[in-house]
Design a protein around this ligand. Structure first.
Ligand SMILES: Nc1ncnc2c1ncn2[C@@H]1O[C@H](COP(=O)(O)OP(=O)(O)OP(=O)(O)O)[C@@H](O)[C@H]1O
Ligand SMILES: [Mg+2]
Length: 203
């Protein structure tokens, strides 16, 4: 079971989500981003992240038994596309800006092309308390079902940034951050269902 966190766009919260989901779901964290952010977060936490050396070892890892959450770099590198292709669940985070909506369209197109039968979950992240952001959220919620499933919304909060920077999960951040992340976590659990109950890889 592979949960892939990917978006064509940078800085939308891929690593923040991948790290928190891996730790809270008890999955192995896999970092395929040369920036190494997920691996650094894991080090802060005293846990390890798997870093596949090349595309061949990435494919072998993703095809092997285990329960993984993979943090991808932005963009459409062959490694990222392979990881999207081999995902049981693809999670796409997005922000609410104009360019973000264009990038989301690109990400969903890639998902449809390389992952036509796979599940896609959307997380609206770094949402702000503006009329425009609320309008985007309402539209994204309304359009869920055809090309993606709605997993939840995380507002831009200092607590989320601080938790990530100190190797904590968004659940450990407590307060509103934890409340919002719990919705995403539960929606993710519901989507992966029994598969998450399979024996997980020892790591
Ligand atoms: N809900 C949030 N509230 C506040 N800050 C956030 C939130 N989500 C993410 N951030 C912050 O935004 C920045 C970018 O997040 P993150 O690194 O997870 O994005 P990314 O998509 O993985 O970026 P990249 O494309 O560079 O890999 C980080 O500093 C992170 O702490
Ligand atoms: Mg990242």
């Amino acid at each position: 079971m592979n949960i892939t966190v990917w978006a064509d766009k940078g800085g939308v919260g891929k690593t923040t989500l991948a790290t928190s989901l891996a730790a809270e779901l008890g999955a192995t964290l896999v970092d395929i981003d040369p920036q190494g952010d997920a691996a650094r977060w894991a080090t802060l936490r005293g846990m390890t992240a798997e870093i596949p050396g090349d595309r061949k070892s990435l494919k072998a890892l993703l095809a092997s038994p285990g329960f993984r959450v993979v943090d991808c770099p932005p963009g459409q590198s062959s490694e990222a596309i392979t990881t999207v292709e081999m995902a049981d669940l693809l999670i796409i985070p997005t922000r609410t800006g104009e360019a973000d909506m264009v990038a989301l369209g690109r990400s969903l197109k890639v998902a449809r092309r390389v992952h036509p039968e796979g599940k896609v979950g959307l997380v609206l992240n770094l949402a702000r308390d503006t009329g425009r952001a609320k309008g985007i959220e309402a539209a994204l919620r309304a359009q869920a079902g055809a090309h993606y499933l709605w997993l939840g919304r995380l507002c831009a909060r200092v607590g989320a940034e601080e938790a990530y920077a100190s190797g904590k999960t968004l659940l450990q951040a407590g307060g509103a951050v934890a409340y919002e992340f719990r919705q995403v976590l539960e929606a993710t659990r519901a989507l992966i269902g029994d598969q998450a109950a399979q024996p997980i890889s020892v790591n």
